[in-house]
Design a protein around this ligand. Structure first.
Ligand code: HEC
Length: 170
C-alpha cells in the first residue's frame, strides 16, 4: 500500500502545481457552494463547534467526539457553522436514504475558519475533502483535516450516519 502511495505521489509530482493542490481531497470543490441550500440540523441549532472547556456531556456520543476532535483548533473552538446541501441532493438528504448524487453533496461550513468540510459520493462510496472558501484544497494527508479522520467518524458511526450523512433535518 505504501509503495502504491509513493508511486501515485511520484506521478502527481510530475503534474502541474494546480493539480497537486487538489490531490488530497476525495471529492471535488463545489464552485457554486454559495447557492446551496442552508439547512437546520442539531449542530446548526447549537450554532457553533465550541472550545474544549464546553460541557457537551448531554449530547450524543458522536457530537461529543466531534467537539473533542475539533475543539482545540482555536482557543474558543472552531466557532459558527452552517450546513449546506446541494439542491439536487436535498430530497435524499431529507429522507436520509444514502442515495445522494455522484460528486459533492453536503458542506459543513466552518464560517469563522472560512473552511468547507465537503462530503460526496465517489462511485457510490462516501468521499471527503476540506477546502478554503476560494477552492484551495486544504485536505490533510493525515491529522484532523485528513479524509481518513472524516471517514473514521462518518463511516465509523454507521448506526448514526447513513452513507456519509450524519446530520438530520430539524
Ligand atoms: C468525530 C466525528 C466527526 C468527524 C471527525 C467529522 N465529522 Fe463531519 N459531522 C459529524 C456530525 C455528528 C455531523 C452532523 C452535524 C449536524 O447535526 O448537522 C457532521 C456533519 C458533517 C457535514 C454535513 C452533512 C452531514 O453529514 O450531516 C459534512 C459535509 C461533514 N460533516 C464533513 C466532514 C469532513 C469533510 C470531515 C473531515 C475533515 C468531518 N466531517 C469530520 C461528525 C464528524
Amino acid at each position: 500500500m505504501r509503495n502504491i502511495t509513493k508511486i501515485i505521489s511520484a506521478c502527481l509530482l510530475s503534474l502541474s502545481v494546480s493539480q497537486i493542490a487538489y490531490a488530497a481531497g476525495e471529492t471535488p470543490f463545489p464552485a457554486d457552494w454559495k447557492s446551496w441550500t442552508s439547512v437546520t440540523t442539531t449542530l446548526t441549532t447549537i450554532g457553533a463547534l465550541p472550545g474544549c472547556d464546553a460541557d457537551v456531556s448531554s449530547f450524543p456520543p458522536i457530537y461529543q467526539e466531534t467537539v473533542e476532535t475539533y475543539c482545540a483548533v482555536r482557543p474558543q473552538g472552531p466557532g459558527a457553522v452552517a450546513v449546506l446541501v446541494k439542491p439536487d441532493a436535498m430530497a435524499s438528504y431529507t429522507k436520509r436514504d444514502g442515495k445522494l448524487v455522484e460528486g459533492s453533496n453536503m458542506i459543513l461550513h466552518l464560517k469563522e475558519l472560512q473552511l468547507l468540510f465537503v462530503t460526496g459520493l465517489n462511485n457510490g462510496a462516501p468521499a471527503y475533502a476540506v477546502f478554503k472558501e476560494d477552492g484551495t484544497d486544504a485536505t490533510g494527508a493525515d491529522g484532523i483535516l485528513s479524509a481518513n479522520t472524516c471517514r473514521v467518524c462518518h463511516t465509523g458511526y454507521g448506526a448514526f450516519c447513513v452513507n456519509g450523512q450524519c446530520g438530520t433535518l430539524k
